[in-house]
Design a binder for this molecule. Structure first.
Ligand code: SF4
Length: 393
């Protein structure tokens, strides 16, 4: 009788295997015959009944190699799975991993990619060459080591450069982080389109404290325009937001204000928040180097003038106070700006011609480092332990 074996984050199908639901690699059952796999049942593998630990190791090795063919289901872009077997750090990049800017806030970016294509996006996930996803246990292990140096309780912000709800084990990750000492609160920044009542219950049980939802209008037609022609349902997002509140999750709406486009919509959203006991924190649209530049940005004097008028009109109560951020220890920065270093390249990068290196316990984004084994590179950025370099060879 063949027996069933399961891999925690993998599901098997006739022609592919999926990793954490949103990623896949092609797989033909015939390829698995040599590994004593006889079929698929319940999306797990059926193997010979005398399948041994030795066979399992061979099979795991084969599957690890298949990760080289990993792709994103959403946009079919290549994807990279960062797991403990790679023996790499998770600090150093801005797009994925852990960011510690020397305060009581740590940013966690477990996945890249987004289900929307907002024409004002500050990070434009669509323009990236590939996506990244991190094994939750690996992230928790690295976070655990990092918080040892903190003297204050730490707020965790899961603020992917993309949509964090595309990370299937999000609740599992939250749970793993919440049980660590010195973790004060867990916060997620999301576009809200993938929220469901079940998901919210699961996130609450895992330990989620606050949900920051980037909803920019209540008008369905405008919402479609502001999502890059993707149909979204603001009514459904609102109903899930209210459900989150009922569950005891604090909700803050974080609409982006694009003057001339949606400031009136945000006034409506602010009134809704005042009425329902929710908080709102409008953000001024800014044009970023790697972001979308389809609108004109207004300066902060203009923005704050508009915001203060709105506060006077509706009342301060609905507006979220700025986050209290305090300085705290951060890991020392091992790099010197301007210095040339020999950096082993361990992964391809997010952008064309970029390679990702690993040195002194940091990941390093290296311009023109793609395809090289080692880059002789000049360090061009070190701030907040986000390291960038330019390849010279
Ligand atoms: S603004 Fe947010 S939701 Fe919109 S495309 Fe960018 S990451 Fe996705």
């Amino acid at each position: 009788m063949p027996k069933e074996i399961a891999f925690k984050y993998l599901r098997f199908y006739e022609d592919k295997a999926t990793l954490m639901h949103h990623f896949f690699f092609p797989l033909n059952l015939k390829e698995l015959k040599d590994f004593r796999v006889r079929g698929i049942k319940n999306n797990n593998l059926l193997v010979d009944d005398d399948f041994q630990a030795r066979d399992e190791r061979r099979l795991e090795f084969f599957i690890q190699r298949k990760f080289n063919e990993l792709k994103t289901l959403l946009d079919k872009k290549p994807a990279i799975y960062l797991h403990s077997g790679l023996n790499i750090p998770l600090i150093g990049l801005v797009e994925v991993g852990i960011i510690d800017r020397g305060t009581n806030v740590i940013e966690i970016r477990p996945v890249t990619g987004c289900n929307l294509k907002c024409p004002f996006c500050s990070v434009s996930p669509e323009k990236r060459e590939r996506n990244f996803i991190i094994e939750p246990e690996f992230l928790v292990e690295k976070l655990k080591a990092l918080i040892q140096i903190k003297t204050k309780n730490t707020k965790i912000f899961i603020n992917s450069q993309g949509e964090p709800l595309l990370y299937a084990p999000l609740a599992y990750l939250i749970k793993g982080m919440k049980i660590q000492d010195k973790i004060d609160s867990i916060n997620i920044v999301t576009n809200g389109t993938l929220l469901t009542e079940n998901k919210l219950e699961e996130l609450k049980r895992a330990g989620l404290d606050t949900l920051y939802v980037s909803l920019h209008t209540l008008d369905k037609k405008k919402a479609k325009k502001l999502s890059g022609s993707i149909d979204i349902n603001p009514e459904r997002i609102l109903s899930n937001i209210l459900y989150a509140k009922e569950q005891g999750i604090k909700v803050v709406l974080t609409p982006v204000v694009i003057f001339g486009e949606n400031e009136k919509d945000i006034e409506k959203l602010a009134r809704f928040c005042a009425e329902k006991g929710l908080k709102i924190a409008p953000q001024n649209y800014l044009r970023y180097k790697f972001g979308e530049k389809n609108y004109q940005q207004r300066d902060f004097d203009y923005f704050y003038n508009w915001l203060n008028n709105l506060k006077q009109d509706i009342g301060e109560k609905a507006f979220q106070l700025p986050l209290s951020i305090e300085e705290d220890n951060a890991p020392p920065n091992p790099f010197i700006k301007g210095k040339v270093e020999k950096i082993p390249i361990v992964l391809p990068g997010f952008f064309k011609h970029e390679g990702i290196g690993s040195l002194y316990g940091r990941l390093v984004s290296i311009i023109n480092g793609e395809g090289k084994k080692t880059a002789k590179a000049r360090i061009i950025r070190t701030k907040h332990n986000i390291i960038a370099a330019k390849c010279l060879n």
